[in-house]
Design a binder for this molecule. Structure first.
Ligand SMILES: Cc1cc2nc3c(=O)[nH]c(=O)nc-3n(C[C@H](O)[C@H](O)[C@H](O)COP(=O)(O)OP(=O)(O)OC[C@H]3O[C@@H](n4cnc5c(N)ncnc54)[C@H](O)[C@@H]3O)c2cc1C
Length: 424
């Protein structure tokens, strides 16, 4: 079993790094080479801006190359709660922004000819308990009346045509959702940005940012540049001068396993419609097929950081969870196991805007494959004088009280959610 991301292991490494030294003047510096940063660099370069993208490690090596590759529409929160809190119009706009994110991924795949098996497979949300089915049905009614008429309920009796398990009590289908080989996608975006002239530097962590007369001086371990504008696309940002963000984003570990390829007859029994599948538990599990017919199974597993030892422990929990859903996979070999850190905000909604002359977009809270791609492109517009296009412009972002970058409360939160899943 490889303790590495299946997506990164099975896609060509990014090989278009700039050979030039890090010096001189740019219009924009993008800090971070995940989906947000690569998409932003591409959009800015298309506008003719001189762009430098600085990545602390390698393109897509953080969350963007380590996720489930699922572009699931809809937000994590209950629609009724969101409409009550922000008003119907605002809730609808946020909901539609996630749809627009998937459209943006699809458009970029086509325009840039990125070979990443993008497919509109749909998402199936499965009721882990009988009462969850009623909850999903109520949510479906509200969404159909207000913003998304395409969703439909699938009763327990009909579930076998979708997934080969009796573990669940029916589900809700979101037809717009999609999936892809996300390693190829993020690297493809960065290649497209480089093709359009963006200077991409890997292994170039930003260590200091200073305001100067004509913009910002950006210091890295490899050199220093000056840029008129700076975009932080730095996710959980564990390196560099980004302490302000570290008080607002909580890095939460999430883990995945990928099996050996499954036979066509197993696919037909277990995943005949090849959907993205998620369940309704607080400690959610999710799964999908890879383009080469492996089962990818993921979840939070334990509230722990991601490192090889931790990933392996989580992988064992995920294998047990997968076998609970599909007993037939008990003897199936696990070929890959890895983890990553999700950039969680307190309300699980992204944050994007400008602070002290520095732009930022992050905090996608586990719904980032498509939202980060969309926001990269939107931030290029925002930086070009269109802040009105930012769907998250009206959200304030106070620091989380008592939190200074070490999420001491996660084990307590994990125990709480585990208990909630057990009792109701
Ligand atoms: C295990 C896992 C599963 C997930 N599954 C899904 C899913 O199926 N669907 C979904 O929608 N979302 C999912 N997500 C969330 C999604 O992956 C993220 O929201 C998205 O990738 C965020 O992209 P990003 O570019 O903003 O951040 P990142 O991918 O984290 O990129 C930020 C980059 O900034 C760099 N950086 C940080 N600080 C500096 C610095 N000082 N100098 C230079 N570079 C710096 C980092 O090295 C990193 O490469 C998952 C996340 C994880 C971890």
């Amino acid at each position: 079993m490889k303790l590495t991301s299946y997506w990164l292991d099975t896609s060509q490494p990014f090989d278009r790094g700039s050979p030039k030294p890090l010096e001189g003047h740019y219009d924009v510096t993008v800090v971070g080479g995940g989906l947000t940063g690569s998409s932003a660099a591409l959009a800015l370069a298309k506008k003719g801006a001189r762009v430098a993208l600085l990545e602390a490690q390698t393109i897509g090596s953080a969350a963007s190359g380590r996720n489930g590759g699922m572009c699931n529409n809809g937000f994590a929160q209950n629609y009724g709660v969101m409409a009550g809190k922000y008003g119907k119009d605002a809730a609808n706009a946020m909901y539609k922004a996630f749809d627009a994110g998937i459209d943006m991924v699809e458009r970029l795949v086509q325009e840039e000819r990125i070979d990443c098996s993008f497919a509109r497979v749909g998402k199936l949300k499965l009721a882990a308990k009988p009462e969850h089915y009623d909850m999903l049905a109520r949510s479906q009614e509200l969404l159909a009346a207000n913003v998304d008429p395409e969703k439909r309920m699938i009763a327990r009796a009909d579930l076998r045509s979708e997934v080969g398990t009796d573990r669940y009590h029916g589900g809700l289908l979101f037809p717009k959702s999609a999936n892809m080989q996300v390693g190829r996608f993020v690297r493809g975006l960065a290649i497209a940005a480089a093709r359009r002239g963006a200077a991409i530097h890997e292994h170039a962590p930003v260590t200091a940012l200073r305001k100067v007369a004509d913009g910002h001086e950006v210091e890295t371990s490899k050199g220093r540049i000056v840029a008129r504008q700076v975009l932080l696309a730095s996710g959980i940002s564990q390196v560099g001068p980004l302490g302000w963000i570290r008080r607002r984003i909580v890095p939460v570990g999430a883990f995945l396993i990928v099996t050996e390829p499954l036979s066509p007859s197993k696919i037909e029994r277990l995943m005949p419609t090849r959907r993205n599948v998620v369940d309704t538990r607080n400690l959610v599990v999710y799964w999908r097929l890879t383009p080469d017919n492996r089962m990818l199974f993921g979840g939070r597993a334990r509230f722990a950081v991601s490192n090889p030892e931790s990933d392996e422990k989580s992988g064992q929990i995920l294998k047990a969870a997968m076998v609970d859903v599909y007993p037939e996979l008990a003897d199936t070999r696990i070929d890959y196991c890895w983890g990553g850190m999700v950039d969680m905000t307190r309300d699980r909604l992204p944050r994007a805007g400008e602070r002290g002359g520095i732009y930022y977009s992050m905090g996608y809270s586990g719904h980032g494959t498509h939202m980060s791609t969309l926001m990269g492109s939107i931030m290029a517009e925002v930086m070009n004088g269109r802040p009105d296009l930012n769907p998250w412009k009206d959200f304030d972002w106070p620091a989380i009280p008592g939190y200074f970058g070490r999420p001491w409360f996660l084990p307590i939160l994990g125990a709480y959610y585990r208990m909630k899943d057990l009792v109701g």
